[in-house]
Design a protein around this ligand. Structure first.
Ligand code: 4AD
Ligand code: MG
Length: 432
């Protein structure tokens, strides 16, 4: 009878029994008559111990000539061992080489970031990248779980679109059978239609911005989740955002202590992420910035440096609301008592991470929205359908967009967003 094939993370159920593990050689070392093979199978790492005394000569020779990342099938008995990575080891009986890898380019020595990004398809196999992307997978699941629980309907937004949402300077343009089309910067406008149909809706997909800047926070292609609610004001929007962020951080803490430890992430700041989050207005933010020595004028947009100062001023995520209208998008609703500011909110993550969420209440008045479209020199024809939402039962509404990569960079404590997405698209990088 052949031993069953099992996942490394299930080895605990097979102590004392023979099993097979199919995987790749992560690392190996030998000491006299013993070879230690560190095997990874995607679920975990296990040390397979080959003892010359206990195996056939063929298996012993094979074990010694295996190269890093060769694929193999190992048969052995599971033994509990506290010192072993994962807590178990395999006492090898048999070993089948599936493919002998040629010289693997990513060695345990230090490599430069460009080299690693050129080899991103292989870099994914490393422990650190593995940890980050597993957390990403949980994060995405937790986002969906939250919106399902809150009664939101998933409504997918198109990626090819005729109109800009977040300004015309960052559009990726393409040709749609002779008409110009753009890759979506945001699904928001479509979610406004969805909110009028379903009350609460969200989309979750890739979005695109031709950002001509090289920063640690910008990608050309990133994933955004965008909820939109009918009958909602700024306060409802902020409450939804803090609920979402608290939920996803909680899920990651619950499921990924080992990964966070591997990333050397101090989890204390994450434990503090509980609603309600502090809120400051743009005016108050200006004061905080000036107290911290930044020379900012009222009316200026916040760049990365300003966001860093603000986010360092609080020990948990903080909302900045009521931005000047002229630095925000055309659709933002002016404050009723003070039309030079809008009912928008950005959520800044602590520890210097800065903006992870942007959103607010939308203009629901037809005349004002038409005026804004003109003032922003947007082509009216492309927005006719959007104006219809103000012609047929317009109601106060709003929502926000949360960038998955920025949230993940913060949760994992990473210095740059490029490691938070499997295949990053940054300025000048389209490979692999
Ligand atoms: O603040 P933004 O531009 O807001 C919108 O797109 C709204 N239409 C969303 C809405 O209300 N439905 O982008 C929202 C979030 C940012 O807070 C940030 O997390 C992320 O999307 N983001 C980026 N992430 C990585 N790289 C970029 N270039 C990003 N641009 C925005
Ligand atoms: Mg923004």
């Amino acid at each position: 009878q052949t031993a069953p094939r099992v996942d490394v993370d299930d080895l605990g159920q097979y102590v004392g029994k023979p099993v097979q593990v199919w995987g790749w050689l992560f690392n190996s070392r030998s000491s006299g008559r013993i070879v230690f093979l560190l095997v990874r199978d995607g679920t975990g790492l296990v040390q397979a111990v080959v003892s010359q005394r206990d195996v056939e000569g063929r298996v012993w020779d094979q074990a010694r000539r295996l190269t890093q990342e060769s694929s193999l099938k190992v048969t052995g008995t599971v033994r509990a061992d506290e010192r072993a990575p994962g807590g178990f080891e395999l006492l090898v009986q048999d070993l089948e080489l599936v493919h002998l890898a040629v010289d693997y380019p990513i060695t345990p020595k230090e490599h430069g970031v460009d080299f690693l990004l050129d080899h991103r398809h292989l870099w994914l196999r490393s422990r650190r990248q593995h940890a980050i992307l597993r957390i990403r997978s949980t994060l995405v699941g937790a986002v969906r779980e939250f919106f399902d629980r809150e009664g939101f309907v998933l409504v997918d937004a198109p990626i090819l679109t005729p109109a800009a949402v977040e300004g015309t300077t960052t559009l990726f343009r393409t040709d749609y059978f002779g008409t110009p089309a753009y890759l979506s910067q945001s699904g928001q406008l479509y979610m406004e239609a969805a909110a009028m149909a379903f009350g609460r809706a969200y989309c979750f997909g890739p979005t695109f911005r031709a950002e001509h800047s090289k920063t640690r926070r910008h990608l050309m292609e990133f994933w955004m989740v965008e909820p939109e609610m009918a009958w909602a004001g700024l306060d409802d929007i902020c409450r939804l955002a803090e609920g979402l962020v608290s939920h996803v951080v909680g899920r990651v803490l619950e499921r990924h202590r080992p990964e966070l430890a591997l990333l050397e992430r101090d989890t204390a700041p994450l434990e503090r992420v509980r609603p309600p989050f502090p809120r400051v207005t743009y005016d108050e933010a200006i004061e905080i910035l000036r107290k911290n020595g930044a020379a900012v004028e009222w009316g200026a947009d916040f760049g990365g440096d300003e966001e860093t100062i603000l986010s360092n001023a609080f020990d948990r995520p903080v909302f900045v609301t009521h931005y000047p209208a002229h630095i925000k998008a055309f659709y933002m609703k002016p404050a009723p008592d003070r039309p030079e500011v809008v009912l928008g909110a950005d959520l800044l993550a602590p520890e210097g991470y800065g903006e992870i969420i942007g959103g607010g209440q939308r203009i629901d008045d037809l005349e004002l929205l038409m005026r804004r479209i003109e003032e922003h020199h947007l082509p009216k024809e492309a927005y006719e359908w959007y104006l219809d939402l103000r012609r047929y039962g317009s109601v106060p509404h709003g929502g926000f967009g949360m960038g998955i990569e920025r949230v993940l960079a913060w949760i994992c404590g990473l210095p740059h967003v490029r490691e938070t997405i499997p295949f990053p698209r940054t300025l000048y990088r389209l490979y692999p």
